[in-house]
Design a protein around this ligand. Structure first.
Ligand code: IMP
Ligand code: MG
Length: 189
């Protein structure tokens, strides 16, 4: 018989100070976005493009809320450090050409907008039939570049949040809600 004492489970939610957007609110808004996109892109066979990795949670829920035929593709980028902030290098390109396609760029969060602006310019140069943006979380206060957002989930205050894909040092992406970290977490490493 195994006589080991039960081990306490380390639970990510113990590191959250406050929930900013609940899982139900997220799911409700994602369903609304999915039905808007289904109406607007009916008959257009759109391709949804996302940047790995943060967007996969939103993308998976959004796609399941879309009722029309839709394709999916991903990019992956590496960010340059100071002083080249804003320029990114494509680490993984799209699998399929987008020329003549209706492309909807799906982002988890827009902060300064520099990354998104760079990627939109890159995609626009490939001649899509249309190129629009769907963002789940919008932080307006820190925006350096004005980007038209066709679909927007939530406006977020200019605070660092985690969950539903958003990470702090690759942690907390799997929380089903959006939350603020307890302050001591930031001083740990
Ligand atoms: P920007 O719009 O070029 O400044 O870059 C936005 C990127 O910053 C996002 O793709 C996230 O990776 C990251 N980011 C911005 N705000 C947050 C946050 O509150 N939590 C976690 N990551 C964030
Ligand atoms: Mg991102």
């Amino acid at each position: 018989m195994n006589q080991e004492a039960p081990r306490a489970v380390s639970d990510l939610s113990n590191e959250i100070k406050e929930i900013v957007i609940t899982a139900d609110q997220l799911q409700q808004r994602v369903r609304e976005l999915g039905s808007l996109i289904s109406k607007d892109y009916d008959g257009k066979n759109p391709v949804l493009v996302g940047v790995l990795k943060g967007v996969v949670f939103f993308m998976a829920d959004l796609l399941r809320a879309i009722t029309i035929p839709t394709e999916l593709d991903f990019l992956s980028v590496a960010h340059y450090a100071f002083p080249h902030q804003g320029s990114v290098r494509l680490v993984k390109d799209l699998e399929a050409p987008i020329q003549g396609r209706h492309v909807l760029f799906v982002e988890d969060v827009i902060d300064t907008g520099l990354t998104l602006n760079y990627l939109l310019n890159t995609l626009r140069a490939r001649g899509p039939a249309s190129l629009e943006v769907c963002v789940l979380f919008n932080k307006n206060r820190t925006r350096l570049i004005d980007i038209p957002l066709k679909y927007k989930g939530f406006d977020l205050p200019d605070r660092f949040v985690v969950g539903y894909g958003l990470d702090y040092h690759e942690k907390y992406r799997n929380l089903p809600y959006i939350g603020l970290l307890k302050p001591h977490i930031f001083h740990k490493d």
